[in-house]
Design a protein around this ligand. Structure first.
Ligand SMILES: C[S@@+](CC[C@H](N)C(=O)[O-])C[C@H]1O[C@@H](n2cnc3c(N)ncnc32)[C@H](O)[C@@H]1O
Length: 218
């Protein structure tokens, strides 16, 4: 069974977009019109909703069937247009989804092993258009994960250096990161890393969309 299904069945998910994603997107793209964005591990779809709301042709992917159900409900309730694909980004990869100007990760990649994380970055790089961005919002190695999130599936909380090395070996350039603290009940503090990285090239070099199939989306 998918380890996330139970959480989604019990309604333990967020239905509002990530504040850091909102501010990052709004400072980098006046509008997403004419551009494609992918949200990895989209959960209930709130970030994909925001991306579509900002004008992007947005796609959310998640491996949990229950997350997909929740995302479909949110899409209907909020009268949105983002597409949804039930995918495991490691086992199935991103093949067939086409190429993107922006690929977002809000606390999805942190749940991969170190090895799968490297594999995911290579796949993300391949599916970005030239000049495309990766945005990643994730818990850092300075967080006591087990203490704050005792019931969540395992996570690989990498240091800034570890992620930087993986990004560089996948070919990413213009790496930037910032630290952010969030307070949780019991005055516990979690430390987050917000990372931006770019694929080499200028945004006008749009690759062909021959890999894109409409059959993969709901
Ligand atoms: C902490 S939740 C974050 C959900 C959402 N991004 C949000 O901000 O509310 C992590 C999500 O990543 C998804 N996920 C974890 N591993 C995945 C994988 N290998 N492929 C696709 N989705 C995955 C889970 O199903 C879950 O929905």
């Amino acid at each position: 069974m998918n380890p996330w299904d139970k959480d989604y069945r019990q309604g333990g998910y967020r239905t509002w977009p990530c504040e850091s994603l909102i501010s990052w997107v709004c400072t980098h793209f006046k509008t997403g019109a004419g551009l494609r964005a992918l949200d990895l591990g989209c959960g209930a779809g709130a970030n994909a909703w925001f991306l579509a709301h900002h004008g992007f042709d947005a796609v959310g992917v998640d491996s949990s069937k229950e997350a997909i159900k929740a995302a479909k409900c949110l899409r209907e309730e909020w009268d949105s247009t983002f597409k949804i694909a039930n995918r495991d980004i490691i086992a199935d990869g991103l093949y067939g989804l086409g190429f993107f100007d922006l690929i977002c990760d809000v606390t999805c990649l942190q749940h991969l092993t170190e090895q799968s994380h490297a594999k995911a970055l290579a796949e993300i790089y391949r599916h970005l258009k030239p000049g495309g961005f990766l945005f990643s919002y994730r818990l850092s190695d300075k967080t006591n994960y087990k203490d704050i999130f005792p019931n969540e599936p395992p996570a690989w909380l990498a240091s800034e250096e570890q992620i930087g090395k993986q990004l560089e070996s996948s070919g990413f350039i213009n790496l930037r990161g910032l630290w952010l603290d969030r307070e949780y009940p019991g005055h516990k503090r979690a430390s987050y890393l917000v990372i931006e990285a770019q694929k080499e090239g200028t945004p006008c070099e749009v690759p062909s969309s021959s890999e894109r199939s409409s059959l993969l989306f709901w």
